[in-house]
Design a protein around this ligand. Structure first.
Ligand SMILES: Cc1cc2nc3c(=O)[nH]c(=O)nc-3n(C[C@H](O)[C@H](O)[C@H](O)COP(=O)(O)O)c2cc1C
Length: 158
């Protein structure tokens, strides 16, 4: 069984979660693929695909959306899991349903909204400004949902 965790991350959190999932699947053959470096990964060698993305200003990363659109048919033939990073607790479910295609959501064996982080060291001036003004957060903070990440690992191990 070979697994690919395919993600895009703006400030590092979606990538961090990809690493936690890989570590949780110890003993299995798991490859991390960033869509920043690999726009069109070869999926043929993988049985399981995990797709991860984050929400910024109400939208999922365009790279992740493009990837899911381009590879819908292939993803429907794989064991699929989806996770989303986002910090707007009240909107997470809605954001997930709007931004991940229904076909893939229905097919996925695990769907997790894993929370988010604000990492000021990795933000540009504009993102830092928006975070302070809109989220009213002024220092780096992590609100990852360990339970949701553990649930995904359990679902993938089954
Ligand atoms: C400029 C900015 C806008 C954001 N907008 C949203 C949003 O609309 N909804 C949400 O749930 N989270 C929002 N977030 C929180 C991010 O989803 C969260 O920081 C996430 O961990 C980012 O993951 P990444 O570093 O992998 O891109 C925003 C964060 C920033 C910095």
């Amino acid at each position: 069984m070979k697994t690919a965790i395919i993600y895009s991350s703006k400030h590092g959190t979606t990538e961090k979660v990809a690493g936690i999932i890989r570590d949780g699947l110890s003993g299995q053959d798991v490859q991390l693929i960033s869509l920043k470096n690999h726009q069109n990964p070869d999926l043929s060698q993988f049985d399981t695909i995990v797709v991860g993305g984050s929400i910024h200003e109400g939208r999922l990363s365009g790279k992740v959306k493009d990837f899911m659109k381009e590879h819908t048919v292939t993803l429907l033939q794989k064991r699929l899991a989806l996770y989303m990073c986002g910090s707007n607790e009240k909107e997470l479910q809605k954001e997930f349903e709007t931004e991940f295609p229904e076909l893939l959501r229905n097919h996925a064996i695990s769907k997790q909204m894993v929370g988010g982080e604000f990492i000021f060291e990795n933000m540009n001036f504009i993102d830092a400004w928006i975070t302070k003004k809109i989220a009213k957060v002024s220092a780096s903070v992590s609100n990852l949902k360990e339970d949701a990440i553990k649930q995904m690992i359990t679902d993938l191990r089954n």
